[in-house]
Design a protein around this ligand. Structure first.
Ligand code: FE2
Length: 285
């Protein structure tokens, strides 16, 4: 089976995908229900009987990952029957085929080799779903079974968020520093609705508001990528450089400000000689 971006997003072409990707615009493609059968072979009974790790259960108070517990599979089954959604995380650890998909998608997206890519499965009981939130990651959702409706809206509060946020919950202190406007407390007036059926593939851009609702028991397979930002790559390279110096490794005695000032002066002389390709060579190999 061919893995990678094109087999997942067809009939969309790469140029069309890149336009959605760069502009943070979602899209859905509805594949035939006999497509991607290898990826759609998962079922809740099979997963529960073979899963040896803990399962994340989303508690009913928030309907969100922000309020969840990790429990053994048998307990997760009971909680699911009581109406709670469950998540099998990092499932690519146990399925080489999924790891292959994660690796080829990461490469096709052109994101950093340092990206945290994973695959996960959500199983959602009838009528349940997630509360409005946005994620810091790039997400592809393949509907395996059942129907799930996604409601999505543009995020005018923040651009390129570096953390996840659930509507109505406290805002991450660092994210507060780069909000464009106060964090939204309700979904935007203009929304998009996507109904996923078995075989549907949804692209969920980073930072876009979304909430979901299942009709009947719904199981979806996700490929999710948390990619380093330019800031992350630069900071990683800077740290690698600075720790080579015994002076930069000194414990900071903050009363000796002049020492710090002299280190910064020498860094200012060095930085003009840095270039992007050297940094990327260091971070990507
Ligand atoms: Fe999400």
């Amino acid at each position: 089976m061919k893995t990678g971006l094109l087999p997942l997003i067809h009939p969309l072409k790469m140029t069309e995908f890149l336009s959605h990707f760069r502009n943070n615009e979602p899209f859905v493609v509805h594949h035939d229900s006999n497509e991607h059968l290898e990826l759609r072979s998962f079922s809740l009974p099979n997963l529960l009987s073979s899963w040896t790790d803990s399962v994340q259960v989303h508690l009913p108070d928030l309907r969100d990952e922000a309020s969840a517990v990790d429990v053994p599979a048998a307990e997760a089954k009971k909680m699911f029957e009581e109406g709670m959604g469950i998540l099998f995380n990092d499932i690519n650890r146990f399925y080489p085929l999924l790891q292959d998909w994660v690796d080829t998608l990461k490469s096709d997206l052109g994101i950093s080799a340092q990206t945290y890519g994973r695959s996960l499965i959500y199983v959602t009981p009838d009528g349940k779903g997630t509360a409005p939130h946005f994620d810091q990651n790039i997400n592809f959702v393949l509907q395996v079974s059942g129907t799930k409706t996604w409601t999505m809206g543009k995020n005018s509060s923040v651009m390129n968020p570096m953390v996840r946020h659930t509507m109505g919950q406290p805002v991450d202190p660092e994210m507060m520093s780069y909000l464009i406007e106060p964090m939204a407390e309700q979904m935007p007036a203009k929304i998009m609705r996507f109904e996923l059926k078995p075989g549907s593939l949804l692209f969920v851009p980073r930072g876009m508001w979304h909430e979901t609702q299942a009709e009947g028991e719904a199981l979806s397979l996700n490929f999710t990528f948390t990619a380093p930002t330019w800031a992350d790559l630069f900071l990683a390279a800077l740290r690698s450089r600075l720790v080579l110096s015994p002076e930069w490794r000194e414990s900071a005695v903050v009363s000796e400000e002049e020492k710090f000032a002299s280190l910064l002066e020498s860094l200012k002389e060095e930085l003009p000689h840095w270039n992007a390709s050297d940094i990327l060579e260091a971070t990507e190999t």
